[in-house]
Design a protein around this ligand. Sequence first.
Ligand SMILES: NC(=O)C1=CN([C@@H]2O[C@H](COP(=O)(O)OP(=O)(O)OC[C@H]3O[C@@H](n4cnc5c(N)ncnc54)[C@H](O)[C@@H]3O)[C@@H](O)[C@H]2O)C=CC1
Ligand SMILES: O=C(O)[C@H](O)CS(=O)(=O)O
Length: 486
Amino acid sequence: MSRPALNDPALWQEAGFINGQWCHADDGASIEVIDPASGETLAAVPAMGTQETRRAIAAAEAAWPEWRARPAPERAELLMRWHDLMIENLEDLALIMTREQGKPLDESRGEIRYGASFVKWFAEEARRAYGETIPAPTKDRRILVLKQPVGVCGAITPWNFPNAMITRKCAPALAAGCPIVIKPSEFTPLSALALAVLAERAGFPPGVLNIVTGMPEEIGGELTANPVVRKLSFTGSTRVGRLLMRQCSDEIKRLSLELGGNAPLIVFDDADIELAVAGTMASKFRNAGQTCVCANRILVQSGIHDRFVARLEEAMAALRCGNGMDEGVTIGPLINHQAIEKVAAHIDDALSHGATLVCGGVPDGRDRHAVPTLLTGVTEGMRITYEETFGPVAPIMRFDSEEEAVRIANDTPFGLAAYFFTESMRRAWRVGEALEFGMVGLNTGAISMEVAPFGGVKQSGLGREGARQGLEEYLEEKAFHMGGLI
Ligand SMILES: NC(=O)C1=CN([C@@H]2O[C@H](COP(=O)(O)OP(=O)(O)OC[C@H]3O[C@@H](n4cnc5c(N)ncnc54)[C@H](O)[C@@H]3O)[C@@H](O)[C@H]2O)C=CC1
Ligand SMILES: O=C(O)[C@H](O)CS(=O)(=O)O
């Protein structure tokens, strides 16, 4: 197991974190963490299940009364201390992330800053869980609306953003006064465990933040069935989100779901072509295309089509595939062989139905890399247009009219992110309002930041993360009627 040389080796943890204690699975079982760049075993973390999860939930329940009673400025101070420790240890956290997830080091550094931005944002928001007073209908009554923490929360997070998807959930939970039990992806647990090391150092009391690693079905089964857990927050596939939603229905738990996407990116004839190319590169190739907000379909109007394809091919030629630890690499390996096989299947299907390969091609599984690929002549009905590719493949669909582009863009059960490029103010309003997505980028491919609400409609999920809305997901509203006052 070739762990990286860290400035602070204590950040490399191969144990779960329950009630302020580092612990292993009751039966001693473990699961291996694989380096996606080499395929070698990097670490082994506990294969925890129902019993360990039950203990973590009990620890969170025991911690709740004191944590909810702690004044918001004190919760905020702990969150800021955690934020500062993340920034101080940024290089180590980035190294850990690149080794277990594969993304280039610079992207990992960017994700640590992105993850830390949620901790700082919710340290600030903790002080603003404002209630309200309502004019009473009679003289003897006063009506208040109190904001109170939901209670013990659970979170289940994906492998593609193994730091930011943790902090985007636990920062608002902790800010609101909720203790939390987190199950990170079995592919990338080390980033979550490093965050727990820093949370402990920041001074969070035992039981407030717990990390349970291991068997998804067992841990998820306990988080969804245990009545002590009042809310579950999930980021991942729509398939699993639907399953968890069903499992939470018996207890009518609060839910936040950030699920799959199928983002259209539309380039109109009147687009600024350089903005459109830059926006496409930013949206399509971040994390080797393994994000839920990546452009999954690229719709280009006929008049600009050939020029845009030529410029995009030029820009893609600058991408460099390789090991994320190596200087200058911009496209790391995909997370695993299943991901590579899915990308290959999408390319094969498109080519077999008449698409043209401009550059790239079917990845070689042995290289564990998906080569940045540009396809033209992509048409509706090809798998790549209705399944989330989650890889560095840019499928170009030609269109003629604005109405046709909006129809195609909206023709999906998903509704997470969409992008379009035009210099026309009138078209900006028409298309921005017509697109059925939770987030829309006009002349930009970057829409992920802590200040704006992140989330989707239709089968892309429920609720919003980040922004003012993100705190509300962890608060309950109580109408408090005070009668007999005269
Ligand atoms: N909306 C988003 O931000 C994301 C969407 N995705 C989508 O999900 C697809 C697969 O990516 P994965 O990370 O493998 O997503 P996934 O949905 O399979 O896994 C996400 C998390 O759910 C857990 N999980 C899986 N099955 C579970 C179960 N039965 N009970 C409880 N927890 C369970 C996993 O251990 C992981 O922690 C991607 O191809 C992409 O389409 C993936 C990551 C993020
Ligand atoms: O899971 C994801 O893909 C992230 O939500 C995307 S982002 O927030 O990093 O853009």
